[in-house]
Ligand binder design. Structure first.
Ligand code: PEP
Ligand code: MN
Length: 367
């Protein structure tokens, strides 16, 4: 159930609703939207009477959430959630482009790529330091060294960074260096990991599993949300089907289905969705036309020598061409492409060394 507060409801009225719901045994999650605050009631609602809330001061209405994913449901926040990462807004009018190599391979490689993708207009830098590889003999990522290079690339460009976290034990480490935690497809249903990132206050991008149904993706998001972290984005990255012409089948249906079902921002990953750099531009344009709030793309200065996913990585100049086309498609569907923040005004926000002590302390990360 959600209790929708009136736009003019006071904090005291909001607090009163939360207290009353808790006294009836419900777990509560307030969500502050642009115009309203809504309070989601989840867990054991057997003692909860809707009429009690309908009669309370400051309450506009109560709405039953029919979906099994209560906090992820669009009913919970019909106007849509906007996640602000150092001034880059996911889920708003602008489409965010995240770009960078599949793996951080060296200091030079990530800095060179970061500068190139920013120059072309990307506003977030991607790069894997802990890599979930099919073979244990393949490059596994540079680990903490890779995170340090990523943080350096952020210092140089001012771009916030996203990187994958694979284990509960490394969440604090990864969160120390990155702005957005990525949960990879292979970990979509790693419930311990989902609960643990749910206890952080860092934005999370949750990727759809290789054989994950859309409803399962939403239930996995619910694990993060129900642990108190409401900054979750959902990522379509292709699924396993009988089709072998492409690495995965990029399920573009998922984009409007997720937008209809959930208030969370939706990211599309045409690189993993297709596995083929030639298919990345058309499917990126299609994803924006379909309503994606963000794209995540793989860009490498020399894809042929990439240590992972070279086949689906764009060269910087091809990425720049794609950005030009993306601006036109975004305009055609009434949106625009987010522009990168300038290093000067963003360094204070994005630079890890400039984060407040409280922000960087491990206890705060796992608040
Ligand atoms: C990646 O983003 O490089 C990655 C490993 O993605 P996925 O988890 O979707 O395979
Ligand atoms: Mn990859």
């Amino acid at each position: 159930m959600v209790v929708v507060m009136k736009p003019e409801a006071s904090q005291a009225e909001i607090d009163h609703v939360i207290k009353r719901a808790a006294s009836m045994g419900a777990q509560t999650q307030p969500i502050t939207g642009e115009s309203h605050t809504v309070i989601a009631l989840v867990g054991d609602l057997t003692q909860v009477q809707r009429a009690t809330f309908d009669a309370m001061a400051g309450v506009q209405k109560t709405v039953r959430i029919q979906d099994p994913y209560k906090l992820a449901s669009r009913t919970t926040n019909p106007e849509g959630t906007v996640i602000d990462v150092n001034g880059i807004r996911f889920g708003g009018e602008q489409v965010v482009v995240m770009a960078g190599p599949c793996s951080v391979e060296s200091r030079e490689q990530i800095i060179q790529t970061a500068v190139a993708v920013k120059e072309a207009g990307a506003s977030v830098l991607r790069g894997g330091a802990f890599k979930p590889r099919t073979s244990p003999y393949s490059f596994q990522g540079l680990g903490e060294e890779g995170l340090k290079y990523l943080a350096e690339a952020r210092e140089v460009t001012g771009l916030p960074v996203i990187s994958e976290v694979m284990t509960v034990e490394t969440i604090d480490l990864v969160a120390e260096y990155v702005d957005i935690l990525q949960i990879g497809a292979r970990n979509m249903q790693n419930y311990a990991l989902l609960q643990a990132v749910g206890k952080t206050r860092r934005p999370v991008m949750l990727k759809r599993g290789l054989s994950g149904e859309i409803n399962e993706l939403l239930m996995c998001a619910e694990y993060i949300l129900s642990n108190g972290n409401m900054q979750v984005m959902l990522c379509e990255r292709g699924i396993r089907t009988y089709e072998t012409a492409t690495r995965n089948t990029f399920d573009l249906n998922a984009v409007p289905v997720l937008k209809r079902s959930s208030h969370l921002p939706v990211v599309a990953d045409p690189a993993h969705g297709t596995g083929d750099w030639e298919l990345v531009p058309p499917m990126s344009l299609a994803a924006v036309a379909a309503g994606a709030d963000a794209l995540i793309l793989e860009v490498h200065p020399d894809p042929e020598s990439a240590l992972s996913d070279g086949d689906q990585s764009l060269k910087p100049e091809r990425f720049a061409d794609l950005m030009r086309s993306l601006r036109r498609v975004a305009a055609a569907v009434g949106r625009s492409i987010a522009t990168p923040k300038e290093s000067d005004d963003s360094a204070g926000m994005a630079g890890n060394k400039n984060r407040s002590t409280e922000e960087t302390s491990k206890s705060a990360v796992l608040a």
